[in-house]
Design a protein around this ligand. Structure first.
Ligand SMILES: [Zn+2]
Length: 177
């Protein structure tokens, strides 16, 4: 095998735009254009250049996730603003209307509403507004259990992190109003 076959010359043409860009970049890198091009190829062959991700679906998913996070942040800001302005939490029905509807799956849905209404001393389901009341401590303990069962049976989900921590911390403090 001759020298030329072992060390072939590659040649190709670049259009005006890419040629201009190549000249600019090689100047920035303080290299002759030819060496700069070869260095890019060397990096690519060494695995140091990673092709740009072009998976449209992945890009779309990321956009949707961002949109969902933005909607949730706006919603929380609105809730906080309401609390600051009126000194009381938003009503459950208003909360239900304003709550972001961009929810992909049950697992990623974040329930950010406390199920406990401290003013009336009752537990309320944030999804269907069903109330859980009690007269005494026995009923209180039973209703906490009922609430969890209600979520499983009626809404097909486990308690959210917030719901669980609220219920865990909740102690009997008298009958519901
Ligand atoms: Zn419910």
């Amino acid at each position: 095998m001759g020298y030329n076959e072992r060390n072939p010359i590659f040649s190709f043409r670049l259009g005006e735009y890419r040629h201009g860009k190549l000249l600019r970049l090689s100047k920035l890198n303080k290299m002759p254009a030819n060496d700069f091009l070869r260095s890019i190829l060397d990096q690519y062959l060494a695995g140091d250049l990673i092709p740009k991700a072009k998976d449209d679906l992945a890009v779309e998913m990321t956009k949707l996730k961002l949109q969902k996070i933005k909607a949730e942040i706006e919603y929380l800001q609105l809730k906080n603003k309401y609390m600051e302005t009126f000194g009381a939490p938003m009503s459950t029905s208003a909360t239900r209307i304003l709550k972001p509807k961009i929810t992909t799956t049950q697992q990623t849905t974040q329930i950010t509403i406390s199920p406990f209404d401290a003013k009336n001393n009752i537990i309320q389901c944030c999804e269907c507004s069903q109330l859980f009341r009690w007269e005494n401590k026995d009923e209180f303990l039973q209703q906490k259990f009922e609430f969890e069962r209600h979520m499983t049976n009626n809404h097909n989900r486990a308690l959210s992190y917030l719901e669980k921590s609220v219920l865990d911390d909740l102690r009997f403090s008298g009958a519901s109003l």
